[in-house]
Design a protein around this ligand. Sequence first.
Ligand code: ISL
Ligand code: CA
Length: 541
Amino acid sequence: TSTKKWWKNAIVYQIYPRSFCDSNGDGIGDISGIISKLHYLKELGIDAIWLSPVYRSPGYDNGYDISDYKDINPEFGTMEDMERLISRAKRLGIKIIMDLVINHTSDEHEWFQKALAGDDKYRDYYYFREGVGSSYPNNWGSFFGGRAWSKTEKGDYYLHLFSKKQPDLNWQNPEVFDEITDIMRFWLDKGVAGFRCDVINIIYKESLENGKKRFALTGKEHYLNTDGCHELLKRFNEEVWSKYKTFIVGETVFVTPDDAKLLSDENRKELDAVFFFEHMDVDNYGIKWFKKGFKPSRLIKILDKWQTALEVPANYLENHDQIRSVNHFGNVGKYWEKSAKLLCGLNLSLRGVPFIYEGEEIGMTNGDFKGLRELKDIESYNINQSLKKMLLVHSIRRKLILQTTRDNARTPVQWDASDNAGFTTGIPWLKINANKSFINVETELRDDNSILNFYKSMIEFRKNSEALQDGNYRRVASPSDVYIFTRESTHERLYIYCNLTNFNKAVEFYGDNIAFSNYEESERENFFLKPYEFRVVVSNI
Ligand code: ISL
Ligand code: CA
């Protein structure tokens, strides 16, 4: 029906511009590179692109440190390039969703520079505080390790929940609200279809009091999901977003299903959907650097919980901050291909809006970094410093960081098998994986049986399935490491089978005919699922 919101049945593809496609040989992906691949994305079948930040930025956090919200990073191109991207995409029926990073700016933003120079108007855009005695203004910790405060030349401190190059904005100041909503309108007027709001549930600090001491992120109770944050979201929605046909997805850290419901309940008119993280943390001890073995049963429990809790979850298995999903939840050995296809099937069968991260559609794997020196991520750098302070020796730090670094997901997209994987004619900014020789777009386009072609068919299958797009969700009893659920609409009931192990798994089969699978008919068995088997079975209702 015409009143249905466009994004409810959309499939979104995330582009991390730096790593996507380089058009001019400087080794850095750019907007023209993206434009050159729009037809590829159209063929894939996606409806919208979430573009990680392309704004002007000194690039200490690859664009998540913005120095001018109304300008384009020259490394990525010009405003004309961006306008061209929006209009070319539009012609192909692809919407562009921009990343909106408003918890903090770059310290090189004019506002912060004026603040440092002593301009009181702009000092109040941020949090400047005197130290307490010889120490920091409070005991808060940073997301990237270490303290959340840095000293200015004058001797006072400013708050930064991320790196010291990312000072936090003061959302208690109404002028900040006016500035940022003006920026939102600027981009919406250019034809952008919405925003992915970076760490949106931490922007409003209720107080700057000391927090309860924790191993990481001391202070978080003073800024997580505050009433002030809800208030801001309502006003963004009412005063700006509702005036355009936007899709607003929030990146919301440390949320429970209850928090997420409050943030994305349709009637509350705040966000449209949220990214939660519980499934990303399924294999760590609460802190991502300290990993434990992956248990499929835990992942299944978590996904089921969120499927049940939210009407429209934003589903994803990887992004630019996480390791590659086939390393995370699948198998990079013998079952690389089967498990990548299984994860595709899973992500695209769940209820909600599916997000695919660049390279996921060809089964890209973690970076094959040999040492910390090959890494570029500021978070990895800062964490290394923190782990040093904890007196961890180099070999341990190396192991902890290499298996978890965000750079695992940021290696350039592998377009072909040539030296630089068709990503650049120059020297890539981050090392390209050696497995580009067989994991690459060109090879997979030619192979009917490839992961890429599986994505295409699965996307098409979802688009043609009322049950997958709009149906309800119900988990079906199964062995704990096999995920079976139904998706059901008025005219269609599907049984989805996901064997998340590398064993044969005996399960009960329901339904009539198999509509979709990552195994050939001749390979399938009647009484069990093969390793990493994915099946969609249609049942008559
Ligand atoms: O990397 C993480 C997940 O393991 C998080 O701690 C991450 O920093 C957090 O999810 C916030 O991420 C977002 O904001 C950061 C930026 O560095 C990330 O790239 C972005 O996705 C600061 O803007
Ligand atoms: Ca370039």
